[in-house]
Design a protein around this ligand. Sequence first.
Ligand code: ATP
Ligand code: MG
Length: 348
Amino acid sequence: MKNILCIAGDGIGPEIMNSALEILEVVSKKYAFKYKIEEEFFGGASIDAYGEPFSDKLKEKIENCDAILMGSVGGPKWDNSKIRPEAGLLALRKHLKVYANVRPLKVEDSLCYLSPLKEEIVKGTDLMIVRELTGGAYFGEPRRLEEKEALDSITYTYEEIEQIVRYAFETARKRRKKLTSVDKANVLATSKLWRKVVEDVAKDYTDVELEHMYVDAMAMALITNPTKYDVIVTENLFGDILSDEVSVLGGSLGLLSSASYSKSKIALYEPAHGSAPDIAGMDIANPIAMIYSLTMMLRYSFSQDKMAEDIENAVKLVLDEGCMTKDLNSQYYVSTSEFTKKVIQRLG
Ligand code: ATP
Ligand code: MG
């Protein structure tokens, strides 16, 4: 029995969470997958209910869960609130000790036209950026800012690098067994260490094909030859930039899922988009990013690859029929609940 903690959050969070859970209910029966859902307020909804965005109630429920499925937080309703909903997000990440952020990009054939890249370049893209989150330039000391001079530092320890690189190799092993490590080892000392650690860890993963790339070359390759890549692992600063680059290649925010991995062993799965307050409650949000967050959970936290594949195939078939939400086709579109119903029909 798996315990899934669902924190729908604000804005479109509850609508797309519903959609994912309805799908899970149907497909789990087919695979006799046993699970229990716990729910809790988070972000703005939690400020309204308990006066704080990240409550002790939520902390308690985290203790007993195997994975977390999350919507998103924030919205204009809390613009003047003393505590911001987003503060809950930072507190949650810190509480879990999140060290890796993972963003997959899979471009479905029927949606190639949304991409800013030419169809012949983007078609078949199925890659994943694994970004280190706790080290590097964003946390390095010393740092100072003066009138005429400023200083930032990049630090990485062997252990910090090893942790993320091991995780990336494990992930590559579950996918197409290709890992691209991105650094700037021709210039930076931290990148030289990064490359050494990758080479050391690679000895335990001889079944995974490894390649090193400089970050500048990678930035180009992602828009000229994205189909070549499977798992891409990199440090915090490079990962920040590359994952934003990747997030536009699919053409819509409503398609992108993400996962965060933590030392507490509890992984957090969520859409890469925000709470979209402008369309909240209108039943027009695209639930795919949330559905794909669920399939990531099934695959990477519960090893239910078949179930995840089943759901992804059903989504793909529905899209192939031309059945899409408004963000994907503003002329002929279906509602969030109609789209969900179609996916469930395909699963049945
Ligand atoms: P954040 O809350 O992280 O700051 P943001 O405010 O920059 O994010 P979003 O909340 O993601 O951005 O919304 C940006 C735009 O994309 C909005 O117009 C929103 O309606 C749209 N959008 C985001 N997610 C979806 C979705 N799942 N389906 C349809 N439209 C979406
Ligand atoms: Mg927003």
